[in-house]
Design a protein around this ligand. Structure first.
Ligand code: NAD
Ligand code: FES
Length: 301
């Protein structure tokens, strides 16, 4: 069993959870993920590392309570334990050698972008971080990112933080000002990563994107996580999750995402029913409020 040491809400939708897993904490690197299972009746879900502390033996994950399992996970508390916490899986992001980087996080993707920015900062790279959220109440990890970046720009779709627009606007502005990035790294909605890659392509800036297709086994066996990269289909779980953003077929990824939506919707409704009845049994139903939030349960932060 893997004891949960800390649980905290980062905003109304997003939870940060620290799990005791010393073996994984020693090995895991930015970009890699774990497969967790709450108990015998639970499904396995992939969640990307948000932070780790090898000395304390802990791994931190961040998730949004929108799918069957994350809704149950959001109801767990410090002192509870997870049945499985397997990893590290996937490949670490190739960050070595970057001198001037721009790390971009969209919504929940910011939680995965954070360890990349932290690693780059700790290894002597000058890091700009651009993040985007629907509204200011959803902004996460502002202080943590400030501590590991030369500049942080936070955009909101509705302008509620005084910076209206999407993440590609400040990226384009920084490039036009001569920022001279040798690496751009984007983690967030597929549509965001598509436009980040389109922004950097004319300038030939190396651009990595973190793909989050549906994952079932996380071992390259089921084929669920295929991503079209150039002329070939690669598996996000064993070949990725990071790929060259100038080669990824984002439109294909979005088409494949839509294919699974009805299946995921059914799973969410089933989970909502279960959470609602569990809520009646124990006097709470906090996670049921997340039903219909609209996001998928994919490889999340
Ligand atoms: P969101 O839909 O609120 O988008 C976050 C930000 O992305 C926006 O504020 C905007 O700045 C930017 N964005 C969106 N569309 C854009 C466009 N067309 N051009 C430029 N920028 C654009 O995000 P959310 O509701 O927090 O949902 C999180 C999303 O991140 C989900 O789609 C989830 O699947 C994805 N995600 C991806 C990963 C990954 O590994 N890639 C990990 C976790 C979450
Ligand atoms: Fe099954 Fe990648 S999750 S092949």
């Amino acid at each position: 069993m893997y004891p949960i040491e800390r649980v905290e809400a980062l905003n109304a939708e997003v939870t940060r959870m620290t799990v005791r897993a010393p073996e994984i904490a020693r090995k895991i690197r930015p970009g890699q993920f774990v497969m967790l299972r709450i108990d015998e009746r639970g499904e396995r879900i992939p969640l990307t590392m948000n932070d780790c502390d090898p000395e304390a033996g802990t791994v931190t994950i961040v998730f949004q309570a929108v799918g069957a399992t994350t809704m149950r996970l959001a109801r767990m508390r410090a002192g509870d334990a997870l049945l499985d916490f397997a990893g590290p899986l996937g490949n670490p992001t190739e960050l070595a050698g970057a001198r001037r980087a721009c790390v971009i996080g969209g919504g929940l993707g910011t939680a995965i972008a954070y360890p990349q920015a932290k690693w780059l900062h700790e290894h002597g790279c000058e890091v700009d971080v651009i993040t985007g959220f629907r509204t200011k109440d959803l902004i996460i990890l502002e202080d943590e990112i400030n501590a590991c970046s030369a500049r942080q720009v936070i955009m909101t779709d509705d302008g509620s933080n005084g910076n209206k627009g999407v993440v590609t606007a400040p990226l384009q502005q920084r490039i036009d000002e001569g920022a001279d990035y040798d690496l751009v790294l984007a983690v967030g909605p597929v549509i965001m990563m598509k436009f980040v890659a389109a922004t950097t392509k004319p300038f030939g800036i190396k651009t990595l994107v973190s793909m989050n297709p549906l994952m079932i086994d996380g071992t390259g066996m089921c084929g669920g996580c295929r991503v079209k990269v150039g002329d070939e289909y690669l598996h996000a779980c064993v070949d990725g999750p990071d790929f060259d953003g100038h080669l990824v077929d984002f439109d294909d990824a979005m088409r494949r995402g839509v294919m699974y939506r009805s299946f995921e919707g059914a799973a969410r409704e089933a989970a909502a029913g279960r959470v609602a009845s569990e809520g009646r049994d124990c006097g709470g139903s906090a996670a049921a409020g997340a039903v219909g939030a609209g996001a998928d349960e994919r490889k999340g932060a």
